[in-house]
Ligand binder design. Structure first.
Ligand code: NAD
Ligand code: MG
Length: 409
């Protein structure tokens, strides 16, 4: 069964009607791309609520710019700044974890889930639980608690649309056939900035080098995940939940040009692929306009100019994070929750200079190895339970951090 609704079941809203949209994680890279699209289509979209983590000034400016009704910042201490920046605008200000949930619960037809990390789980789920059309970029919330998320979304009659470019490609390609005729799917990976580097060179990779993604311009967390290939591992788990695919039905191929974003193989041997420039405004536009289409501002493809599309097997020796994610998916239970939490701690440590590049996968591996003794590999029984596993896995990762950091220097 496919959990994501296909284009064969159109939403009741015609595109000529104004759509109300809430942006969770509005001040980030996906948020900015979404705002860009919304502003290009005056009269088509109305922004209900916007949220951010700590940046009250940026959020207030954005809320004014798009004419939002409600602005929520996660950081309680930023409330005063947000409130005064919105004084006299009529835009309601709120702060704290519950304010993000409230933003998600406000009556917008579309909710874009663009928060980074498992921090997005509660608000994104709150949108799904009121039956909204939820366009998910926030893959970590599905890795943390994907089974629970998809079950609750289905029970509430929500529609989950994938923003992540590979999953959006699969979603589009899936509509070429029946779900039961799908043999497997293939996610493409750019290979990141270290695709051609030796293991020795990767060992010495700096933060600056890791942040230089060859094709995509994105937030820091997902950019580092792309350099380790953990991003593709998280995406394998994301595909498992979004499309109810077993691990052996999800393949990954490295495709350096990022022109083909994903392929679906049907039982007759047909492969349906989605192609486009590496510009997130393409999958976001698809989600915002679904099941219709709007004009997209992304550069058009010039295949003759591109010349060659190349494909190679991912190297799990140089990029062990992808193998770790696959193992976590196969192990099931709380393993993906632990994997995601440990990776969030490891990436934050790398960004702050407390951990070397190869230490990221090493810390995730060590956390997974120690998780069983702490009872963290159980299947999360509820969202609270998933967040408790997430919390305790973070504590374990932080305990292990000094010894892992010492090893890779
Ligand atoms: P970003 O760092 O640029 O923005 C993240 C947004 O979430 C910001 O608005 C930030 O204020 C908010 N946020 C961060 N931590 C938060 C917290 N603890 N509580 C509440 N809000 C918080 O990230 P991004 O690149 O836009 O990515 C967002 C999500 O989309 C990630 O899950 C990422 O993996 C996914 N994604 C991004 C891209 C891309 O091109 N940027 C592509 C595919 C998927
Ligand atoms: Mg992706």
């Amino acid at each position: 069964m496919m959990n994501v609704r296909t284009a064969a079941k159109p939403a009741p809203v015609a595109l000529s009607d104004e759509r109300s949209v809430t942006l969770l994680g509005a001040t980030g890279s996906i948020g900015a791309s979404t705002v860009d699209l919304i502003k290009r289509e005056p009269g088509r979209f109305r922004v209900e609520a916007v949220s951010a983590n700590t940046s009250a000034a940026a959020l207030a400016a954005l809320a004014r710019d798009v004419g939002a009704r409600f602005a929520a910042v996660a950081d309680q201490s930023a409330y005063g700044e947000l409130k005064s920046a919105l004084a006299g605008t009529g835009i309601e200000a709120a702060a704290g974890a519950n304010a993000l949930v409230e933003a998600a619960q406000r009556p917008a037809q579309w909710v874009i889930g663009a928060i980074t990390g498992a921090a997005g789980l509660r608000p994104t789920l709150a949108a799904a639980e009121r039956g909204a059309i939820v366009a998910i970029a926030n893959k970590e919330c599905l890795v943390c608690a994907g089974g629970l998320f998809m079950r609750r979304a289905a029970a509430a009659g929500a529609t989950v649309l994938p923003v992540d470019s590979e999953h959006n490609a699969l979603f589009q390609a899936m509509s070429a056939g029946r779900r039961e005729d799908v043999r497997r799917v293939i996610l493409t990976a750019s290979g990141g900035p270290f695709r051609t580097w030796s293991a020795e060179q990767i060992r010495g990779a700096t933060l600056e080098q890791a942040l230089k993604h060859p094709n995509w311009s994105m937030g820091q967390k997902v950019t580092i995940d792309s350099a380790t290939l953990m991003n593709k591992g998280l995406e394998v788990i994301e595909a498992h939940h979004l499309f109810a695919l077993s691990p052996d039905e999800i393949d990954v191929v490295v495709h350096a040009q990022s022109v083909i974003h994903g392929l679906v193989e049907f039982r007759d041997g047909s492969y349906i692929a989605q192609l486009g420039s590496p510009d997130m405004r393409i999958p976001i536009a698809h989600c915002l306009a679904w099941p219709a289409r709007i004009d997209g501002p992304a550069p058009r493809l010039d295949l003759a100019q591109i010349g060659t599309l190349s494909f190679e097997q991912p190297d799990l020796t140089r990029f062990p994070a992808l193998a770790l994610a696959r193992r976590a998916l196969e192990a099931g239970g709380g393993a993906p929750t632990v994997l995601n939490a440990a990776n969030e701690v490891a990436v934050a440590a790398f960004l702050s200079g407390a951990l070397g590049f190869v230490g990221i996968a090493a810390l995730v591996e060590a956390t997974l190895a120690g998780a069983d003794a702490r009872g963290l590999l159980r299947e999360p029984s509820s969202v609270d339970d998933a967040l408790a596993i997430d919390h305790n896995a973070r504590l374990l990762s932080r305990e292990l951090l000094p010894q892992i950091a010492a090893k890779d220097r």
